[in-house]
Design a protein around this ligand. Sequence first.
Ligand code: AMP
Ligand code: GLY
Length: 421
Amino acid sequence: MSKYRVLIVGNGGREHALAWKLVQSPELERLYVAPGNAGTAMWNVPISVQDIAGLVEFALKEKIDLTVVGPEDPLSLGIVDAFQKVGLRIFGPTQAAAQLEGSKSFAKTMMESAKIPTAEWQVFEDPAKAREFIHAIGVPCVLKADGLAAGKGVIVAMDMDTALQGVDEIMDGNFGSAGKTLLIEEFLEGQEVSLLCFSDGITALPMVPVQDHKRALDGDLGLNTGGMGTYSPPPIWTTELEETVMRDHVFPTLQVMRERGNPFTGVLFLGLMLTKRGPKLLEYNVRFGDPETQVVMKKLKSDLLPILWACTEQTLSKVQLEWKEEVAVCVVMAAQGYPLAYTKGVPIRLPVERDLDTVIFHAGTGISEGQLLSTGGRVLGITAEGKSIQQAREKAYALVDIIDFPKAHFRRDIGVKGLEI
Ligand code: AMP
Ligand code: GLY
């Protein structure tokens, strides 16, 4: 390979983690992040993730060799199609393939065609019919808005009142067009694992398994969030499970997508529930997870750039991924109030000296007059590696404790799930 000019699209912790890893590549000539955050300041260009025409123009002008897309929004808007149309190389699924995340009913239909183990489900456009169905199946059950709802369109109803009110909450316009169609699903019990796979449309290579902590509070209590922390690998995961999931979930998905004329290239991210009756697929995401990527990049030994490149060339079968033995933990520091209305503009001071096994990934941060400020809900991802979950947790929390971020909200129990096994 010669030297490459790479553009990352996004501004979260995931994109900082990708940037951190890509700048270690000997194949990299120059990196840009659009629009980025304070952690990626030296590579930032001020183009928003939704400004697809602006991103195309920039990539043409700067002779970008490879663009990597972080968030789902631009993928659902067709950024990959727009880049490919003008001959630009880009890592991610096309608009049609991105429907695996953009439409839950599309995802469920694909799972059904590919015979992938998942929760039983029904789709409704009429609230009265939905309520009738809930009475018939009883609780617990799970209600989901069909379209993209920033992770907030899911209600896990443990009692009848919540389930019936949930129908109105989702269908009464709170979620706009995303809530016009409602899915009602069987409630599944078990531990959740995120499995991200690189895919070139035919070959898929699994990354290390990750456990996310989606609820806002310790003990998996409180509201659902984008993710409050991750660790990898979870001890509940086994090589046998990985073989089962690749055989029964990942490869059938790629095959069905190919057969439908929408081969899937990019990161296929499976949200799995490990039930007593085997792994069941809760959902697909069509991109790197956040904060999954922070621990995955910390554990990846191989150079990321050639892997992404191979996905765009259909040569992934020639690639072998190498991972560090160490456990990685990422603790998200969020703004006070997150995931509801939260404070912005809080000044943050980071320690100058720290353990070399730790990285501070920025998410919602910016710089104003030389001062680091919080600008979003999830603000920092404090990531550490250690010989054990316990050691990685100790290193991560030791750093969390010396970060000067007034009234930051974070969980104290990231990774504890893995200690209990
Ligand atoms: P999703 O956006 O589909 O990942 O749903 C968000 C969260 O809701 C998941 O991470 C699970 O914790 C929970 N969830 C979704 N579907 C189910 C289900 N069928 N049974 C139990 N919990 C679920
Ligand atoms: N952490 C879950 C997600 O990225 O959707």
